[in-house]
Design a protein around this ligand. Sequence first.
Ligand SMILES: C[S@@+](CC[C@H](N)C(=O)[O-])C[C@H]1O[C@@H](n2cnc3c(N)ncnc32)[C@H](O)[C@@H]1O
Length: 393
Amino acid sequence: MNANTVTGEFTFTDAPAHWADKADKSFSSLHQLSPYIGKLKPNIARELIVTYTQPGQLVVDPFCGSGTVPLEAILTGREVIASDSNPYAFVLTKAKLSPPASLTDALSQLEDVYEKSTGRSDESFISAPDWVRSFFHPDSFRELIKFADECLESRNWFLLSCLLGILHHQRPGFLSYPSSHLVPYLRDKKYPKSEFPEMYEYRALLPRMRAKLTRAFKSSTESPTSSCVVKKSSIEGLILPGMVDAIITSPPYMNALDYRRDNRLRLWILDRSTQDYFTEPTDKAKGLETMVSSLVNHALSSLKPGGIVILVVGETVIRKRTKTHPSRSYIDALLSTGIFRLISAIRDNIPDIRRSRKAGAATKAEHILVFQKIDDQDPSLSNLSQAGAAVAV
Ligand SMILES: C[S@@+](CC[C@H](N)C(=O)[O-])C[C@H]1O[C@@H](n2cnc3c(N)ncnc32)[C@H](O)[C@@H]1O
């Protein structure tokens, strides 16, 4: 790693070059179940897990998003508690951590759930708002919403996640009119109906779901043997056991990403009660303060002495009223407790392909901050100074 010069006593190092590599075939195809903004790369998650934890240890991700850290943790033999306040994150993480035993099993579940869904009433179809309907041919929409309702009722998170993964895109294997894949925007100007009529036709659900399941099982999906718990909870309400070995997580990228607005179509499928999916990101300086103190109060207190905290913090463009860089806030909050030391700080540039927007307020780089809880019983740890207090961010 090259030292990346910053003022102060502690330097950020550049991320190792291989972090920029594409995840190879040794990574589970379950990582690709459905897209998620601000998702961590599986190879980075795995490297952090195997470097800082041991098999059998308990790893917690309280902002699990699409479940990248929990899936890698479980596949490398760690026990896991994953949690997120977003229903889409909860469903996706549940699906990745407890998939059907085999492709045959998944295909059989598909036929069964689909068959049941055809007997459902048109109620959800009729009551859907216009902005949701605008994405689909009416016959595709009627079919998919009944199928989604059947998955919700039978709590089949895996089929539901696969459905969300093929919900919108411009490719033929997806269910919507031409639109973007990550954040839902119709692409009817780029692909007008007059020139591309085939993109506006009915899209049958079953063959697309079968193809999706086959892709999901492309890599072997051995069932994890270690235990995992997935919760739908905000960090403020999260209750953890007192013996956590490591917290490895990416807190929300305040000011840059909005997990409700940017996931709105998938969230509407999961929870039809939210009124406003279109809020713009505003100055969330106060939100960041709450997030930092909640993490310190609710999660870090559950960590064992000597335990590890790894925070992947989005380096956002600092807005007018946001005076402090998010990393600075996390570093100050942890070091001021007097029981943590900073043992590593890495800066990783995010290529355009992983950003939700290509310019403006989007996150440009991530800081990976590794802290260790000081162990009074272990002199080699308790004598350490508060390294990192002078990190410039
Ligand atoms: C940067 S994303 C995590 C991405 C994840 N590492 C992945 O690979 O997909 C941050 C997550 O924090 C969640 N979040 C935001 N506010 C939260 C809160 N108060 N409590 C719990 N989760 C929250 C968001 O829903 C989002 O999924």
